[in-house]
Design a protein around this ligand. Structure first.
Ligand code: HEC
Ligand code: HEC
Length: 442
């Protein structure tokens, strides 16, 4: 009797395990759900959210529930950095933001990051790279003896900074609805294709890239490093870090190395919801085709060449039903290995290896190219003022594609640029009063 019960239990457990494995396999093999619903919000909510997006915040602002602007900040309004091609667009390089990463060390094994803010409401709060460096100094190298060998350990600088350009937010709600699984699967498919090519002896070709898996398991989609999985999370961080607005999801940034009193959140739940809804429902960028038939032929040729040379392998035209976004949302390394670039670092530093999921300093997410004609300057650092200068920076993982691009005739290269210039900010975007000097170099 007991034996029978035991074997029945075993059978049931076995069936349970097979069911779980089977389900896992089916899950892995099925694509993520396509986007089913367009972002929506009522006209009143959008209007209220839009006002908050354009509001110029001040210290002790009457509409803030806390201390208003600051104590540290990079801009006084969202629109100050997001205005090109209309309210919600990208910004010029003078609006770049300096972010930093503190690489792990033996004494401080966790990875940290933040922003070095450009402004503070009081002089004593002003943040400087020097402050960060004095708090986290270079760890001097040494000579270690291992057996009979002397091993030279180089100096280790735990502080990494990068200056990043503000991105356009048009269509952000659509990207928010893109399932992380779809991105994950695209990465998987590209890796399998690469391996199959190598099995039949075809080496070279494009390096597949990898999804950014965040500590909570979600796939990152927003930011140059794909550091956020949801639009709401990014908006919360933008309020807290760029303007110093505490909100229901994140406390405001406080000056590095200084204790600042705790104050109530600046935005209450409904203000925060309205602001998120406004960004969520910014229209998506559009493709504006020329009326002139000769120009149209050039643009069509450029689009075909964009596919033919392989730009589409990273700037995927469609993903998860999101037509015309031109991104795979995967991380790639584009810097020039021969020239050094930012330096190809390895994951194992002299101190503590970086977690595998964490991007290397030179890894960046493929930016969506929709609306690209209205979002100069280009690249994470905003150092490329024109589309041409952005394309010629494609080395590293994009080298094979760049080589093919270089082989195109000048007329063909121009046709490709003409195609990229059809990718415009949405016609519905509210015009912004951007200073003339911020007009992009097109
Ligand atoms: C000082 C300039 C500045 C201000 C002010 C600013 N941003 Fe940004 N924004 C940036 C930069 C720079 C990035 C790119 C950051 C990155 O990827 O690391 C960015 C990126 C974003 C993104 C991610 C877009 C994407 O697709 O990856 C969102 C969403 C966003 N900002 C919303 C806002 C909102 C909402 C506000 C106002 C509360 C705001 N920003 C204020 C500079 C700014
Ligand atoms: C291996 C993947 C890959 C390939 C192939 C690739 N790109 Fe990119 N592209 C990227 C990444 C990643 C960035 C952002 C790099 C950075 O900011 O450091 C980028 C940036 C850009 C930008 C600037 C966008 C912006 O908003 O700043 C343009 C324009 C662009 N690529 C066009 C092209 C064209 C045209 C081709 C084909 C000749 C191409 N790319 C091929 C990955 C790729």
């Amino acid at each position: 009797m007991v034996g029978n019960a035991l074997s029945r239990t075993r059978r049931q457990v076995g069936m349970g395990i097979s069911a779980i494995l089977g389900f896992g396999l089916v899950w892995a093999a099925t694509p993520g759900l396509p986007i089913l619903w367009a972002p929506r919000a009522s006209a009143e909510v959008r209007a209220r959210g839009g006002e908050l997006f354009e509001h110029e915040w001040q210290v002790e602002d009457p509409i803030a529930k806390g201390d208003g602007l600051g104590p540290v900040f990079n801009g006084k309004s969202c629109v100050a950095c997001h205005f090109q091609g209309g309210v919600g667009g990208g910004g010029a390089s003078q609006h770049n933001v300096v972010s930093f990463e503190l690489l792990p060390t033996k004494e401080r094994p966790e990875l940290k990051g933040g922003l070095i803010h450009a402004f503070a409401v009081e002089n004593r709060f002003t943040e400087k790279l020097g402050t960060l460096r004095s708090l986290f100094p270079v760890i001097p190298g040494s000579v270690r003896v291992e057996g009979n060998c002397q091993v030279l350990v180089h100096d280790f600088d735990p502080v990494r900074t990068s200056s990043v350009n503000s991105t356009a937010l048009f269509g952000a709600g659509w990207i928010d609805r893109l399932s992380g699984k779809t991105i994950y699967q695209l990465g998987l498919r590209k890796s399998i294709a690469k391996i199959s090519n190598e099995v039949v002896g075809e080496f070279g070709g494009i390096i597949p890239g990898r999804p950014r898996v965040l500590p909570d398991g979600r796939i990152g989609k927003f930011g140059w490093k794909a550091q956020f999985a949801s639009l709401e999370d990014f908006v919360a961080a933008a309020c807290a870090n760029e303007i110093g607005l505490g909100n229901p999801k994140m406390p405001q940034a406080t000056p590095i190395g200084i204790s600042y009193p705790e104050v109530p959140a600046d935005l209450d739940r409904s203000q925060f919801r309205d602001l998120v809804a406004f960004v969520d429902t910014l229209e998506r960028p559009i493709e504006v085709l020329p009326d002139d038939s000769r120009q149209l032929a050039v643009v069509t040729q450029g689009k075909a060449l964009f596919a033919k040379v392989g730009c589409v392998s990273c700037h995927t035209p469609e993903i998860g039903g999101l037509e015309g976004v031109y991104s795979d949302f995967l991380l790639h390394r584009l810097d020039d290995r021969t020239n050094g670039g930012d330096g190809y670092s390895t994951r194992s530093t002299p101190q503590v290896p970086l977690p595998d999921a964490f991007p290397l300093p030179e890894e960046w997410k493929t930016p969506p190219l929709w609306g690209v004609a209205d979002s100069a300057p280009y690249f994470h650092d905003g150092h490329s003022t024109t589309l041409e200068s952005a394309i010629v920076r494609h080395r590293g993982d994009a080298e094979p594609v760049y080589d093919l691009y270089k082989q195109l005739s000048p007329q063909e290269q121009q046709a490709m640029i003409a195609f990229l210039k059809t990718l415009r900010a949405p016609a519905e975007a509210k015009p912004s009063s951007a200073p003339a000097s911020f007009a992009q170099a097109r």
